[in-house]
Design a binder for this molecule. Sequence first.
Ligand SMILES: [Zn+2]
Length: 186
Amino acid sequence: MAPVRYIQGEMRAQTKNLVVGTAWVTAGVTLLYLATRGPKYAFGGPNTATLNRDPRMLLPSFVARLNLLFARMRALGWDPYLNEGYRTPERAAELAKDGSGIVDSMHSYGAAADIRSESAGWSNPQFFVDLGRESEALGLTWGGHWGDANHVQAVSVADQPGLRVAGSKTWALADKFVQQHMPRAA
Ligand SMILES: [Zn+2]
């Protein structure tokens, strides 16, 4: 029995070494990735299974304005983050099914962003008061007017049908529409 026990012990040690080694390699690769990636964007964060937080998935003209909004909010001492940006057709359908989302939302065209405070979440109403004021000062449209205080979009409600038409053709046409219809910053 002794040799068998010896082999089992050796195998356990080998497995442990493999696990520890893999953990070190994973940590190294992650650090290397983060180092090469750099702070390319002023905001955004990791995507979750359902929430897309990649600013690159939003229309460039809208992102340029969002960058200004984030700078203004940070200047006021807030810690804003992008909770949801672009919405895939799959997620839009899911939200529509359980009645919690608008079909054909501006998120689906890369023209809306849900912004919250990293530390306060929904708990501090002042964050959303400031978000509404600052986004409107920048010519953006704030969802607080229809009960969606964390929502900011590129064009007014009146211009939504136009953006849907442009966006159903190409991404570039949607961006052009936003450039032409997004009100100028005050
Ligand atoms: Zn939204």
